[in-house]
Design a protein around this ligand. Structure first.
Ligand code: GLN
Length: 468
């Protein structure tokens, strides 16, 4: 038996029945990571993993342990694990070590989880392919000449390549769902506020959310349940308790946004998504065409609001407070050198756009307008959810693309998130669940729900996921 192929549930059963220990499981993953050429991990926390596995084995012996106890996972390198490196895949944080645990990590530790290491991402989670990482691209396990998606590409590739039983990622505009779709795993982006952001290196704070990437829907639910809820360290987190709900397809009203099936969506992806919609209809769901007219402005809106928040959030990396500090003739010289050498091209691009749209004279024309558009997008979704229970649509307009194919064309890269960004601007939850393949390249279906309806999303996702 290859231990690394097990789901959380299966591994839990094995631990419970004494078929193997958490140390066995952990060693199997560590060995596999060593042999892997995917570049999914930026650092492997071997000592920590083995120490956690031993603690978990003690708990298991006592008989009182939950589903995540002793199960090895991978953590995106923008989420802090105390005393371990946390680079956000940036040169500016290359030697930075986290001073404390993110709340999600404290929760996983409490559940007895085993942390194998930190996974690759686009620098400061800005990108859709991991090509913006300062430490090399991650390869897609289904085709190593292709990207795994991004920014949580390392986490998605780790789970798809059996280098971790599950992983945590973060999603600002699609970074959990898009790589999950491209790697054929399940990625859940929770409602804004459902999971604490404390200890997550900020990209755009009004959008960032941490969520699970797992092998199946059931595992995603287990991890989500363990990490969600109010945290006093994040004032935007809400008191939320996940309650499982059995939602069937019969009588369910599924909205299909007409604007989402337009030019740019690859015909083979469209075919797979339409096929899923039809299968749901045959199973008794009522398919309702809906309109999300303001979604056409979502990308433009996101690339104003996102950079505006980035320019504020990343001001702290000044060569003095954190990370890389280059000597200079005076203070300005220190700033210029540290930021100039520390940040990559995409991060610099966004800091500059963000500074521009917030500057006096342009604030009203760009930032304020984008906030108004964001409100319209919210209203579109609110109107849709008066009529339907869930929305079905694509995650990505195309399957995994070739490494290098879009790297020099930011606009074409930004289009990768055309279906994942609009609902993010409305703070809604969504999942990517694998439903088909083009050749050997996976395609995910996106299921979007109303605020805090993860239970409904997960329940229906469990019914449609491919069970190969
Ligand atoms: N790809 C999008 C971007 O580059 C989304 C990234 C994310 O969700 N972190 O901003």
């Amino acid at each position: 038996m290859d231990l690394t192929e097990l789901t959380i549930k299966q591994a839990h059963e094995g631990l419970k029945n004494g078929e193997f220990t958490s140390v066995d499981l952990t060693k199997a993953y560590l060995e596999k990571i060593k042999q892997s050429d995917l570049n999914a991990f930026l650092s492997v926390t071997e000592d920590l993993a083995l120490e956690m596995a031993e603690i978990a084995d003690e708990k298991i012996k006592s008989g009182n342990f939950g589903l995540l106890c002793g199960i090895p996972c991978a953590i995106k390198d923008s989420i802090m694990v105390a005393d371990e490196k946390c680079t956000a895949a940036s040169k500016i944080l290359e030697n930075y070590s986290a001073p404390y645990d993110a709340t999600v990590i404290s929760k996983l530790k409490e559940a007895g989880a085993v942390i194998l290491g930190k996974t690759n991402t686009d620098e400061f989670t800005m990108g859709s392919s991991t090509e913006n990482s300062a430490f090399g691209v991650t390869k897609n396990p289904h085709d190593k000449t292709r990207v795994p998606g991004g920014s949580s590409g390392g986490s998605a590739a780790a789970v798809a390549g059996n280098l971790a039983c599950y992983a945590l990622g973060s999603d600002t505009g699609g970074s959990i769902r898009q790589p999950a779709s491209l790697c054929g795993v399940v990625g859940l982006c929770p409602t804004y506020g459902a999971v604490s952001r404390y200890g997550l290196i900020a990209h755009a704070s009004s959008l960032d959310q941490i969520g699970p990437i797992a092998k199946n829907v059931e595992d995603s639910k287990t991890v989500f349940e363990a990490i969600c809820g109010r945290d006093n360290m994040d004032a935007t987190s809400v008191d939320y308790k996940f309650e499982e709900e059995k939602t069937g397809l019969k009588g369910l009203k599924i909205g299909v946004p007409k604007e989402y099936f337009a030019e740019g969506l690859e015909p083979e992806v469209e075919k797979i998504i339409r096929n899923e919609i039809q299968k749901a209809e045959i199973a008794g769901a009522e398919i309702v065409e809906i309109s999300l007219p303001s979604s056409q402005y979502a990308l433009a809106c996101y690339y104003i609001i996102g950079p505006a928040e980035i320019s504020a959030n990343l001001a702290r990396f000044d060569g003095i407070k954190y990370g890389l500090s280059e000597p200079g003739n005076d203070l300005l010289d220190v700033y210029l050198k540290s930021k100039g050498h520390g940040f990559g091209a995409e991060v610099k691009r966004r800091i500059m756009i963000g500074t521009y749209v917030l500057s006096s004279g342009y604030y009203d024309a760009y930032y304020k307008k984008a906030q108004e558009v964001r409100q319209l997008i919210r209203q579109d979704f609110a109107a849709a959810f008066e009529k339907v229970d869930l929305i079905f649509c694509p995650v990505s307009p195309f399957p995994a693309f070739k490494i290098g194919e879009k790297a020099d064309d930011p606009i074409s890269m930004y289009l990768a998130d055309i279906y994942t960004i609009p609902m993010k601007l409305a703070g809604l939850p969504g999942i990517s669940v694998p439903v088909g393949k083009i050749g050997n390249l996976p395609v995910g279906l996106q299921i979007i729900g109303n605020h805090f309806q993860e239970n409904k999303i997960l329940s229906v996702a469990g019914l449609v996921e491919s069970k190969e």
